[in-house]
Design a protein. Structure first.
Ligand SMILES: [Zn+2]
Lengths: 392, 139
């Protein structure tokens, strides 16, 4: 498939608990960084695509919908389209797909994607109660005490049953995330942990232990997609989008026909075919977590573990800094923090930063191709994207 | 968000799901189907998800199936379920092929494994006219 779009700039503010930083301030800061990183000026931007807000104020979300960012950042009468896209945790992959299609169609020359949300002052119980309604059927699931944690627990249990993955291997994913988080100045948790630390935490809902899950945070990130033909004239480090495959598999997790792998096997195959690349070509995997099982599904589906199970591959340390296949180098939601729909956006940003050679202490040397994954709601969809320094 | 205790979520039957809840109150499990293309439908819907027909009906289920997956909620549930645990959330695959979310109940509930055989049981929600189909391990 001929490459038609590229990421040309990224921005991000630190993730964590920032009670005095408003959602708007964080969004504007991330957008400004992305525009400056690309070497563009505000009036070069032709579309703004804000992601939906989950926990921040409704007023802020309507501000995003009603072009506040265009006014704040000097883009009035130059932006042709300001429209929100929201796919929950899949919003990184989903905005990438929509933005790439917009530039490929000729509708606009570029798209500025931004996410900002604020969870830091949310109590644990408020978060649990909110996530007992998101992607949970009111009539068919909520009455049984089902919630987002049990939804992923059902996936995790089935994945363990079908693959033989152990709880210690799930813990090793969190260990890998925290090691990357230690290198990420924008991460909330920067202290490494051990498998024993994870296993000491009692189950919230089997087989999930607290440190294999994530904590709410405030955060914002942004990236700019441009037409592939324009990209090398905008920046010396364009990151081309070579493959983007996705499939929606359920609304209610109870209706998922392949609970252990969702649609990751199918979309991985399609993404490789679009990109013209093979597993050995992937140098860094920016896989969506929120919970530790999710990157395992994507690692297996993408066949990145040299014939091993993803669990044993990760437990052996191959995804750690300096390992054979660095994975989720921000530390993901588990270490960087869970910003709602922003987790996926930050992974698109990190994929681009790695391939632009702008990842600081986390830089994966000579990374040419990156894979990114996403999934929203109660893992309603499976997305894989492949990005590269090289156009096809 | 409010810190008020949340009421337990209770199904609000719709025009197309009412027969399911009526049957459950009589301790019967019924599954929706399409009279045009014979598709079995769960969760119940307004139209057949295969052919979009509105000519839908109901058939009795023997309530037997297997556990596709499960989780034991041990702590930190949503507010309405605080103090009600531990409890088992499961996806059951009925022998007729449809899947549904439910609870595994009974003395042996916490011994549940993927693939275990189960059969339907019924639990009224106190103070309402709703009865939830739930499942017990068999064999
Ligand atoms: Zn039909």
């Amino acid at each position: 498939m001929k490459t038609t779009a590229a990421i040309v700039g990224t921005g991000e503010v630190p993730t964590g608990n920032y009670p005095n930083r408003t959602e708007a301030e964080a969004a504007v800061t991330a957008c400004r960084q992305a525009i400056l990183d690309a070497g563009l000026s505000p009036r070069d931007i032709e579309a703004v695509m804000p992601v939906g807000v989950v926990m921040g104020s409704r007023h802020f979300n309507t501000d995003l919908i009603f072009s506040r960012l265009c006014e704040e950042l000097g883009m009035l009468r130059s932006v042709k389209l300001n429209a929100q896209v929201m796919a929950g945790g899949a919003s990184g992959s989903a905005t990438l797909k929509v933005a790439c299609a917009l530039v490929a169609s000729g509708a606009v020359r570029n798209v500025l994607v931004v996410h900002s949300d604020k969870f830091g002052s949310t109590t644990m119980q408020q978060g649990i109660d909110l996530f007992a309604t998101l992607g949970i059927s009111e009539e068919w699931e909520a009455p049984y005490g089902h919630n987002a944690n049990t939804a992923v627990a059902l996936i995790t249990q089935r994945y363990m049953h079908e693959t033989g993955t152990t709880e210690e291997e799930l813990a090793a994913v969190a260990v890998s995330m925290r090691q990357w988080g230690a290198l990420n100045p924008n991460a909330m948790f920067r202290k490494p942990i051990t498998v024993e630390d994870v296993m000491r935490g009692d189950h919230v809902c089997t087989p999930l232990r607290p440190k294999t899950m994530s904590l709410w945070a405030d955060g914002a990130s942004a990236y700019i997609v441009a037409r592939a033909e324009d990209a090398p004239h905008i920046t010396p480090t364009p990151v081309y989008v070579r493959g983007m495959a996705s499939l929606v598999t359920h609304y209610s997790v109870s209706q998922e026909s392949n609970l252990a792998f969702l649609a990751f096997p199918e979309v991985a195959k399609e993404a490789y075919a679009q990109a013209g690349l093979a597993p050995r070509d992937i140098h860094v995997a920016e896989f969506y977590d929120a919970y530790s099982v999710m990157p395992l599904l994507a690692m297996d589906a993408m066949n990145l573990c040299e014939g091993e199970r993803a669990g044993s591959f990760i437990a052996a340390g191959h995804t750690l800094p300096g390992g054979k296949l660095p994975m989720t180098t921000t530390g993901g939601a588990i270490a960087q923090g869970h910003t709602g729909a922003g987790v996926g956006v930050s992974l698109v940003v990190e994929s681009a930063r790695q391939l632009m050679d702008k990842a600081g202490d986390r830089q994966v040397k000579d990374a040419v191709n990156a894979a990114e994954s996403g999934s929203g709601g109660t893992w309603m969809d499976s997305h894989i994207s492949i990005l590269s320094r090289e156009a096809r | 968000m409010s810190d008020q205790p949340m009421a337990r979520p209770v199904p609000k039957p719709t025009a197309w799901s009412q027969p399911y809840w009526d049957a459950a109150r009589e301790e019967r499990l019924v599954i929706q189907h399409c009279n045009q293309c014979a598709t079995r439908i769960m969760n119940p819907k307004q139209y057949c998800p295969r052919c979009l027909s509105d000519d839908l009906g109901w058939s009795e289920s023997d309530g037997r199936g297997t556990v596709y997956s499960f989780s034991i909620q041990k702590r930190s549930p949503a507010s309405p379920f605080v103090g009600k645990g531990p409890y088992v959330v499961a996806i059951v695959r009925l022998d007729s092929g449809v899947q549904m979310l439910s609870n595994i109940v009974g003395e042996r509930a916490f011994d549940v494994h993927c693939g275990d055989a189960v059969k339907v049981a019924f639990e009224p929600i106190p103070g309402t006219d709703i009865t939830l189909p739930v499942f017990e391990l068999v064999g």
